[in-house]
Design a protein around this ligand. Structure first.
Ligand code: FUB
Length: 536
């Protein structure tokens, strides 16, 4: 059934395995040989890949992926086409990349260009390949025009043709009227040939049986409510008679086993004894990745299970510039149903940072509003990442929907052993100007204190404390040796109300550059507390 092979030139530089182009359909494209010794598979930032959906066909492991094309400062899913990655041995590091295998408007006459979100391909009972694709309906009066179309081909690279040319098989009108966003389809052809489709996002998971034609819904649509923290990205699969649903979960909180921040997601899973449930939550298999969204698919290939997922680790990567990674997935068969072991993601070794003056990464961050509101992330203060267009978990902040902002707030670093400091660089974020009493504004004023002799003291001879957001403001001061340093912010205020404060990154500088060892803090809980002076 698969007509092409992966042919590599002796140089290993290029591979071409072409399908016959067909006018008016998505056209299969050149395959390019790549060597990917470590994650992400496409890592040089020239081509992003997202929402992986693995598929085994004969002796080849394919990963269907979308493509993020957002510029670095744009926070949006700019996604116009799908692509494929293929290998015959994930351990070999040798992959073939097939860019642009399909575009919504080329496959579905009723779809508009763009929003080529997470799809899945699967082999149908007739041996052909079916592609379930979320796309926007061009002409629809639905409040949300996302819909799921089905295309069919003999080869995963296409050419694709619409298997249901009259329109989508799922939308806000089909198979039953609904108000959800109909994306992220996942399909299973069961051992008995029956076909099941699940889909959903924003906490809504729906499922339905399809007829053996792979397109006609059969029976009622079910709504799954028992998968703890379900957010989106369901992945439906079966192993040893048990049905598994992997999904992106975002039950957030300081004690959550899934994610500390609302915008991030873990990959969690549940099991069921039959294809339409009942579903039981089983746990987390992948902690939040470096992109806010997480999306995964698992498959068995040559006796080994793999999890394909995406992250922001490629060069120039970001929340909207994601890249596919793949790691082995392991099972614990000593329990029933078999448990999926938590995956430890691998990645290309990141070169150790050279000597630097900023010793914040060696400390632990704390704040006056802990646990911080779930949209923010305290650990972003000293993660070394400053984004052009950050999302809330890229910063610490104090804005809360439920409580009035206090007039004064602080952030603090603690180290195991004393450090000597003589400077600070802080990067404020705001959505309101200085002088506002609402939203997030730069502080009216701020200062730095250090812990010495059992109390907080102002750092000596401090230069100006800058407050302009969106760039680093540097403050120099006389050297101090301390185990704790604190930035205290007086909120911007108006009419008796106070704005919140947000900081993307806070560097604290030693007089001389030294080698930095991240995570060296062993006893970060050893507080520097003095209630009498903590708000100096
Ligand atoms: O890539 C667009 C959307 O982001 C997907 O449909 C979701 O699963 C999330 O990964």
């Amino acid at each position: 059934m698969i007509r092409h092979g992966l042919r590599e030139l002796a140089s290993g530089v290029a591979v071409l395995a072409l399908a016959t182009p067909v006018v008016g359909t998505a056209q299969a494209s050149h395959g390019n040989a790549i060597v990917a010794p470590a994650n992400p598979v496409l890592s040089d930032g020239s081509y992003y890949s997202t929402d992986p959906a693995p598929l085994v066909l004969d002796d080849t492991l394919y990963i269907l992926a979308g493509r993020d094309e957002a510029p670095v400062d744009v926070n949006d899913f700019i996604m116009n086409e799908w692509q494929l990655l293929a290998t015959r041995d994930p351990a070999s590091a040798r992959w073939v990349h097939y860019p642009a295998i399909a575009r919504p408007e080329n496959v579905f006459a009723w779809a508009e260009p763009g929003r080529a979100y997470a799809g899945q391909m699967i082999r149908g009972g007739d041996g052909r390949i079916y592609f379930y694709a979320p796309v926007l309906e061009a002409k629809s009066d639905a409040r949300d025009r996302f819909a799921i179309g089905v295309a069919v081909a003999d080869d995963p690279r296409g050419p694709w043709r619409d298997a249901h040319p009259s329109g989508p098989i799922v939308s806000q009108k089909l198979p039953v009227p609904n108000t959800i966003q109909n994306i992220d389809p996942t399909v299973l052809v069961d051992d008995d040939g029956r076909v099941y489709l699940y889909w959903g996002t924003f906490g809504r998971l729906r499922g339905v049986e399809l007829a053996s034609d792979m397109i006609t819904p059969k029976g009622s649509v079910i709504s799954v409510e028992s998968l703890d923290g379900f957010f989106e990205a369901p992945w439906f699969m079966k192993r040893k008679g048990v049905y598994y649903m992997l999904y992106a979960g975002n039950r957030a909180g300081p004690d959550s086993d899934c994610t500390p921040t609302l915008y991030h997601a873990c990959i969690a899973y549940g099991t069921a004894p039959s294809p339409l449930g009942p579903w039981t939550y089983r746990g987390v298999i992948l902690d939040p990745v470096s992109s806010t969204t997480s999306h995964a698919g698992a498959v068995e290939y040559k006796g080994q299970w793999y999890l394909a997922y995406h992250n922001a680790d490629a060069r120039g990567g970001g929340h909207f510039r994601r890249s596919v990674a793949i790691d082995r997935l392991e099972w614990d068969d000593s329990v029933t149903p078999a448990r999926i072991r938590k995956l430890l993601p691998t990645r290309a070794p990141v070169p150790a940072p050279g000597p630097q003056r900023n010793v914040a990464p060696m400390g632990s961050a704390f704040a006056s509003n802990m646990p911080v509101p779930v949209q923010y992330w305290i650990k972003s203060l000293n993660d070394g990442i400053v984004r052009a267009n950050p999302l809330p978990p890229d910063m610490w902040g104090s804005w809360s929907r439920t409580t009035a902002n206090p007039p004064r707030q602080w952030i603090e670093y603690r180290w195991d052993k004393p450090v000597t400091l003589n400077g600070s660089r802080i990067h404020f974020w705001s959505d309101h100007p200085t002088g506002s009493g609402e939203g997030v504004a730069p502080p009216a004023r701020w200062r730095i204190l250090y812990w010495a002799d059992g109390r907080w003291k102002p750092v000596p001879r401090a230069s100006a404390y800058g407050t302009i957001p969106g760039k680093f403001a540097e403050t120099r001061f006389g050297p101090v040796t301390t185990r704790c340093i604190r930035a205290v912010f007086d909120a911007s205020s108006a009419n008796g109300r106070h704005a919140a404060v947000a900081v993307q990154e806070w560097e604290v500088l030693a007089p001389r550059a030294t080698a930095i060892v991240r995570g060296s803090v062993r006893d970060a809980a050893a507080a520097c507390d003095d209630p009498k002076t903590e708000h100096q």
